[in-house]
Design a protein around this ligand. Sequence first.
Ligand SMILES: [Zn+2]
Length: 317
Amino acid sequence: MKQVLGHDKVRTAFGEALQDGRLHHAWFLYGIKGIGKASLAEQLTALFLCESPDFHTYQACGQCHACAMLHVGSHPDVSKIERLYDAKKKKYNRDINIAQTREALGFLALSGLKSQKRVLMIDDANLMNNQAANALLKGLEEPTEGSLLLIVCHDLMRLPATIRSRCMMQACAPLNESDMQEVLKQQDMKEALLPLAIELGQGSPGRVTTLLDGQHATALLAWQDMLADLPHSDIGLMQKWLDKYVKEIPHDLIANMVLSAAHDAMQEAPNWATSSKIYEALAAVASWQKEVVRHTLRPAPALMSYVLQLRAVLKEK
Ligand SMILES: [Zn+2]
């Protein structure tokens, strides 16, 4: 089984409740994207179903029949709902619908084939539409013996408070630096990229998966070089870089690299006037993604203009 790092607090709370026989029937795991909430839910599922769990480390044994079935993804008492892929339209559905939710809750209400335990995981629960959320609410009000519902969500406010109030709410924090480093290594992130990945990832390995792509990694390192000496960097090259990569690399990474490169310059600014000018230019970069959406601007030229504004301020300094 995949090792899950971080989230010790949640795992311990779950393990203790399980050990004491007072496990709540619905656990709601929330936190920012990309920190391993779904993997944590899988780990809790294993702990719940395992025939001889370790109650010191709160890990499943990895050896018993239940663990073996989970490992190959064929445990009959586990089900998952997530956004479905529409093969005809060649894209993911916009939301999780009521039919999916009802079917899954029906599964949860049946008594187990192998044991009396059943687990349903809802991934990206923030994508449930209103009808689906209402159906879920009904399921939460009438829990069946031995059933466990694990709800994974990165946008808490998208689900009604009535759902949240019926669940055991668990905040999942971003990973600390050493866990982050460990997870990235497990994903075969190149050693040379680790510092950049840790800085940009901000505790969320999922944010920097693009760095696992060799070409994107090389491109982002080149972008970092150009930004390191922004006042003297080649405008033509930056332009070319943005034209090519703004379509391929997540915008928040591109913008965050600009922000972190200029952050030191702001701290070292000779006076308040310069510092506040740098701040203004950085604020423009930070709002770039939203501006592009709001005013339907073309992303590459829009960011380039903000970068030039920042470059001019840094040159003055
Ligand atoms: Zn086991």
